[in-house]
Design a protein around this ligand. Structure first.
Ligand SMILES: *Cc1c(COP(=O)(O)O)cnc(C)c1O
Length: 390
């Protein structure tokens, strides 16, 4: 491949910190994980940072800690990775899929309010900061933001921020807007631990529940309350919890990645800015509309909308680009089009016109911190040539 779709960069202190963990003889959750949690709490200003083994685990702990259960409805955009919705089903609750804004590709306060007017019993919303751009969480120019609308309808806010590390909204870092924010450290994300994730919250009760459920429902605090003299082996189990803790081996990689988070972001932004400028002269391409500056965007993916007549023609474009040595991807097949959700809830594509239109025409271009402007130039040239070949 001339330009692969993604590439990780582990050329910093990753090996050094992993060696320290191996030498320490303690490979699972310990000081490196606690250090990573401390840094995330500091960076986002969220009171509690709880490291877990994936963003999916963080999202599961989030809906569990909010007490979501059978018969409850949780709003989730149809344009997202399946993990955002599956955790709602883990709890026996039902996702209420909503369409996206066709330009910013996120849900908007308007979409949310319209949905809540029709479904006043919704318990929570999972906001996805699509591509790495924060949705409109705060109010602006007299227009209520997502948080204000959720407060009005007494709806909890979970942010699926798997794309949005590090992203900003009105000058504040994503990580402490809603009740809970979840980040992903999966291999292709903006920083990685191989597999991993982080749950952030400033609510003490949510944090206590998520910490307990992260490790088998073992509550050492509950035991502490009843004894002043606790032996180290003694504990109580307060719920059938999960096994979602992040090992120190992975946290070591995360600490090294975190040192370069802004460097990585700036490198991605350079590619994104180049793409935006170069593609602006190609009339058959539309880029994601920015809500704020390019600096506030995490640029996890660079999605474009191509003027094609069908999804088949878009697929052809992917093939032609691949033959020319350019890796691309599609994010995502909207969940209303996947077999499980479509059949279970009898979903109709007509109810999600924007996500549906986007899905047939979208393409994600390569973007990663190690990518060069020469490579981005090659991508643009190949895209232009490939489109003309259709
Ligand atoms: C990657 C991703 C997830 C899942 O992250 P894992 O760490 O792999 O569990 C969830 N939501 C979105 C939007 C993602 O892109």
């Amino acid at each position: 491949m001339k330009v692969p779709f993604a590439e990780v960069d582990c050329s910093g202190n990753e090996l050094k910190y992993v060696s320290e963990v191996l030498a320490s003889g303690w490979l699972t959750t310990a000081s490196k994980t606690h250090e990573l949690e401390r840094r995330f709490s500091e960076m986002t200003a969220a009171k509690h940072a709880i490291a877990v083994n994936s963003c999916t685990s963080a999202l599961h702990l989030a809906v569990e800690a909010l007490g979501i259960g059978p018969q409850d409805q949780v709003i989730v955009p149809t344009l997202t990775f399946t993990a955002s919705a599956e955790v709602i089903r883990y709890m026996g609750a039902d996702p209420l899929f909503v369409d996206i804004d066709p330009d910013t590709l996120t849900i908007t306060p308007k979409i949310l309010e319209r949905t809540l007017q029709l479904h006043p019993n919704v318990k929570a919303v999972i906001v996805v900061h699509y591509g790495g751009q924060s949705a409109q969480m705060l109010s602006q120019a007299g227009q209520a933001g997502i948080l204000e609308i959720c407060k009005k309808y007494d709806v909890k806010v979970i942010e699926d921020a798997a794309h949005a590390l590090p992203a900003h909204h009105q000058g504040q870092m994503v990580g402490n807007f809603g009740d809970i924010t979840c980040f992903s450290f999966y291999a292709n994300k903006t920083m990685t631990t191989g597999e991993g994730g982080m749950l952030l919250t400033s609510n003490d009760e949510i944090a206590h529940r998520a910490r307990t459920m992260r490790l088998h429902g073992i509550d050492r605090d509950a035991w502490d309350r009843f004894t002043s003299n606790k032996p180290a082996w003694e504990y109580d189990v307060v719920a059938p919890g999960f096994k979602y803790n992040l090992p120190d081996l992975n946290a070591a990689v995360g600490l090294a990645q975190l040192e370069r988070l802004e460097e990585f972001r700036a490198a991605r932004q350079k590619i994104a800015d180049f793409y935006r400028e170069t593609l602006s002269i190609m009339p058959f391409v539309k880029s994601q509309q920015l809500i704020e500056t390019s600096e506030s965007h995490a640029w996890h993916i660079f999605p474009i909308i191509v003027d094609v007549v069908s999804a088949e023609q878009r697929n052809k474009l992917i093939e032609v680009l691949f033959e020319r040595g350019i890796g691309t991807s599609v994010h995502y097949k909207p969940l209303h089009r996947t077999q499980y959700y479509q059949e279970k809830y009898q979903l109709k594509a007509d109810n999600y016109p924007n996500a549906d239109h986007y899905w047939a025409r979208c393409l994600s271009l390569p973007i990663y911190s190690k990518m060069t402007i020469d490579q981005a130039t090659t991508v643009c040239e190949c895209l232009y040539a490939a489109y003309r070949e259709l």
